[in-house]
Write a protein that binds this ligand. Structure first.
Ligand code: SAM
Ligand code: CA
Length: 219
């Protein structure tokens, strides 16, 4: 027995999924539709989607932000957890990727909760701030270009209410963050991880979920 997070082998991972996963049929269908996409590895895992859905419910979230939609699995997971008048401001630059998700959002009956903005996320977030949305959001998920994370984090922190939560994906970057950086993505993630550790505006937890998921609660 160990109190360290376990390395999951295939058998134990299968057990975890078999004893916890509760996907909507359209979540299963969207994962199937993404499985053979050349960038399928960008999609969050189903257990991470379920965890984020639980966080959204625990927060009682109504207004949320997603930065990095891809084919829409994380947005679908969060949208299913939101109340009927809940909303995701969903930011991506790819019509091609996000176009794959729309019909699944529709069939799951949550398309009306997802406002897709096809533009660089920083532009969309700055527009929201300019429109007076500071402090109006409950939850944000950051999962787009890694060199943009620091800016997304600062904007999201302004957009969240006190007690709101930011979830930041890929903070362990397949382990590369613990080694000397060889590229800009790794350097950006290392700098952000350090910055968050020192940031007194938030409560912090870095979880070995997926590729590393940091939770930052605005104080
Ligand atoms: N959360 C998604 C899921 O669970 O399937 C995965 C998101 S994927 C890792 C990253 C996404 O960020 C891609 O769809 C890409 O088009 C988008 N992206 C890249 N640069 C961006 C930018 N500057 N602004 C907004 N989206 C961006
Ligand atoms: Ca990710």
């Amino acid at each position: 027995m160990s109190n360290r997070s376990l390395n999951l082998d295939d058998t134990l991972y299968g057990y975890l999924l078999a004893h916890s996963l509760r996907e909507h049929p359209e979540q299963i269908a969207l994962r199937e539709a993404t499985r053979n996409h050349p960038r399928a590895g960008m999609q969050i895992s189903p257990e991470q989607g379920q965890f984020m859905a639980l966080l959204v419910k625990l927060l009682g979230a109504r207004r949320t932000i997603e930065i990095g939609v891809f084919t829409g699995y994380s947005a679908l997971s969060v949208a299913l957890a939101l109340p009927d008048d809940g909303r995701i401001l969903a930011c991506d630059i790819s019509d091609e990727y996000t176009g794959i998700g729309r019909s699944y959002w529709n069939r799951a009956g949550v398309a009306h909760k997802i406002e897709l903005r096809l533009a660089p996320a920083l532009q969309t977030l700055d527009e929201e701030l300019a429109a007076g949305a500071s402090g109006r959001y409950d939850f944000a998920f950051i999962d787009a270009d890694k060199t943009g994370y620091a800016d997304y984090y600062e904007r999201c922190l302004q957009l969240l209410r006190p007690g709101g939560l930011i979830a930041i994906d890929n903070v362990l970057w397949s382990g590369a963050v613990a080694q000397p950086a060889r590229d800009d993505d790794t350097r950006s993630l290392q700098a952000l991880n350090q910055r968050l550790h020192d940031d007194e505006r938030i409560d912090l937890s870095m979880l070995p979920v997926g590729d590393g998921l940091t939770l930052a609660r605005k104080r």
